[in-house]
Write a protein that binds this ligand. Structure first.
Ligand code: AMP
Length: 633
């Protein structure tokens, strides 16, 4: 195949193109209209068609290759390995679906899943898909306030959780966070279903909490028929950070998502039924949804769910998994590879990695050093891919299943089929020329698989994503980019206040809101600062209410610790800033707008940029001093 023709066909005749692709999945009834774009920017794919994500991921393969491995759950935290064939997976999913039904969950109801990386989390997701319930998976590393805001927004009838997770051999109890979150929330779920891993204390709240093992035992022979969903019914909500403190619920459909995943498994990930896929992400993130749970299974592959660190019990652990399960395609993030690069290389060289055909990396920019190092170790293609929670599958990459185009260091590649990617000048809205920096946008309709709307708030979808430019309606990725003369794109960072810490997307506003709840914080600015290992780290600059309480190094250190604890407790350690510096004032424009970019530039040793609008230039020097003094301690 030829990339240029393939891509062109997807753009020139999208309906024909996606109609052809839709044959990759099973439809209970075919669609009556491939695309309804009569109400832009909303796009409806495969209108009138009925299908089911769980059927395509599980039942279809249970029928044709029931004995083949489907889900392999490995935990180096609890030293367990559980493997489920497609037939066994179907049974477990039916049991879980029956349990959910017994708790009153039906089509269109929301189920919030707050779980560690255990097989039951995948059962719960697939069970929701089976019965037409909408899941909302919340990353297990988030704490009470983050969880509460997601409960309030999704209003789940059921929460599925566990006694705890485990990190680096240390149990992380979930239950008290969950109870606190439910207390904080105004949309309390009727039921909470809990998996007891015997890792942490788990007191059941009478009348609300139920034990999964007990209910499962009552539904061992359950047969739960698939609910055929109209293609555009919602399948899930996944919250992601943006410019405001309130996370956005990215809502996805059923049919379009299934088709997009099936296509990407074919063209991007070149996965074949019967092989094994290993994505090292977490089900709480979009990679976990698309390429731990749904994508590989839809392609009939076994998928590995890994709970544990990349370097425990030793830095060879991932490669031992690749060898043992003959992983053919692996998906990770640059941060993880940078962590491995710091380890002695003998660990990965111990294993037979001949099954591995390619390593896919996404979530943050892939730097040359990391890419070259891992290539030298593995000698397989290292494939960068750029996308977002909102799109659900790659926007830019090199799809080797279409054409083996050469990769270009520093570039994730070229636009993927279906995405009308453009670069627009920020102020004029004109298209950029070669090597000219602009905002990466996508012209509508977004291809299948992308977000349908912001859950419960169509206007927010339009206002947030489609209103960056006044004279044309395009979807903004909120990333800067440029394209070279050969059409390869380069991603140059976010245009908004989102930061990317170790591949995790965090909103600086959310962190600021949390820090402000500390009694001695009057104002705060959080910025993302370049970090060799994590890509970026969050750094907070705080104006104390009572400056006398932060006048000595000891006092500042103590308050920094307190602020860490506040963030840990409210949002989770994942959002904890790397440092908190105390300053007498923050740089702002005369109209009161915080100059985050200038703060960030100073932290990274760059020029603070155009300062004509600054209220008090001395504030920048104060930031500089705080950083210099702070770093000495
Ligand atoms: P998330 O929604 O958490 O997947 O984060 C999406 C954001 O991560 C994008 O908007 C980019 O800023 C960044 N990102 C993801 N993949 C890449 C990549 N391959 N190269 C550069 N930045 C990336």
């Amino acid at each position: 195949m030829n990339y240029a023709d393939f891509y062109q066909r997807s753009i020139a005749t999208p309906e024909q193109f996606w109609q052809d692709e839709s044959a990759l999945i099973h439809w209970n009834t075919p669609c009556t209209q491939v695309l309804d774009h009569s109400n832009p920017p909303f796009a409806k794919w495969f209108v009138g068609g009925t299908t089911n994500l769980c059927y395509n991921a599980v039942d279809r393969w249970a029928a044709s290759q029931g004995d083949k491995a489907a889900l392999i759950a490995i935990s180096t935290e609890t030293n367990t390995e559980r493997s489920y064939s497609f037939t066994e997976l179907q049974r477990e999913v039916e049991r879980c679906a029956a349990v959910m039904q017994s708790l009153g969950v039906g089509r269109g109801d929301r189920v919030l899943i707050y779980m560690p990386m255990i097989a039951e989390a995948a059962f719960a997701m697939l069970a929701c898909a089976r019965i037409g319930a909408i899941h909302s998976v919340v990353f297990g590393g988030f704490a009470a306030n983050s969880l509460a805001s997601r409960i309030d927004d999704a209003k789940p009838v059921l929460i599925v959780s566990a006694d705890g997770g485990s990190r680096n051999g240390k149990a992380i109890p979930y239950k008290h966070l969950l109870d606190e979150a439910i207390n904080l929330s105004s949309a309390k779920p009727a039921k909470v279903l809990l998996v007891d891993r015997k890792l942490a204390a788990m007191e059941l709240v009478a009348g609300r909490d139920v034990d999964y093992a007990e209910l499962r035992a009552a539904h061992m022979d359950a047969q739960v028929p698939v609910t055929w969903m109209e293609s555009n019914e919602p399948s899930y909500i996944l919250y992601t950070s943006g410019t405001t403190g309130k996370p956005k619920g990215v809502q996805r459909d059923v049919g379009g998502y299934a088709v997009a995943l099936a296509s990407s498994m074919k063209y991007n990930f070149c996965g074949n039924a019967g092989e094994t896929f290993f994505a090292t992400s977490d089900i709480g993130w979009v990679v976990g949804h698309s390429y731990i749970v749904y994508g590989p299974l839809i392609a009939g592959m076994a998928t590995i769910m890994y709970e544990g660190m990349p370097i425990c019990p030793d830095p060879g652990i991932w490669w031992s998994i690749v060898e043992k399960y003959k992983v053919t395609r692996m998906f990770s993030a640059p941060t993880a590879i940078r962590v491995l690069r710091k380890q002695p290389p003998e660990y990965m060289r111990k294993y037979n990695l001949t099954s591995l055909r390619a390593l896919y990396l996404a979530g943050e920019p892939l730097d040359e050093t990391t890419s070259q190092w891992i290539y030298d170790e593995l000698h397989v293609p290292i494939i960068d891919n750029y996308w977002q929670t909102e799109t659900g599958w790659p926007i830019l990459s090199i799809a080797k299943g279409i054409e083996d185009l050469p990769t270009r260091l520093g570039s994730p590649g070229v636009p993927m089929y279906g995405y009308k990617v453009k670069l627009l000048n920020e102020s004029t809205g004109e298209e950029c020329g070669a090597n000219e920096k602009g905002v990466v946008v996508i012209e509508g309709p977004l291809p299948p698989g992308c977000m349908q709307t912001v859950y419960g708030d169509d206007q927010r979808f339009v206002d947030t994503y489609w209103s960056t430019f006044t004279d044309r309606q395009v979807y903004s990725t909120f990333d800067w980019g440029l394209r070279d003369a050969d059409g390869y794109y380069f991603i140059l960072g976010r245009t908004d206040d989102v930061i990317n810490v170790a591949g995790h997307r965090l909103g600086t506003r959310e962190i600021e809101e949390s820090i402000t709840s500390h009694p001695n914080v009057s104002e705060v600015a959080v910025v993302g600062v370049e970090d060799k290992l994590k890509g970026q780290v969050a750094v907070a600059f705080v104006i104390a209410k009572n400056a006398a309480e932060v006048s000595s190094d000891e006092q500042r250190a103590a308050q920094e610790k307190e602020i860490f604890a506040v963030v840990d407790r409210q949002l989770g350690a994942v959002a904890r800033p790397a440092r908190v510096f105390f300053v007498p004032q923050l740089p702002k424009t005369r109209s009161g707008k915080l100059l985050r970019r200038s703060i960030q530039a100073i932290c990274e040793g760059r020029s603070p940029g155009d300062l004509t609008a600054i209220e008090d230039p001395a504030s920048l020097q104060q930031i500089q001093n705080a950083v210099q003094n702070g770093l000495k301690n």
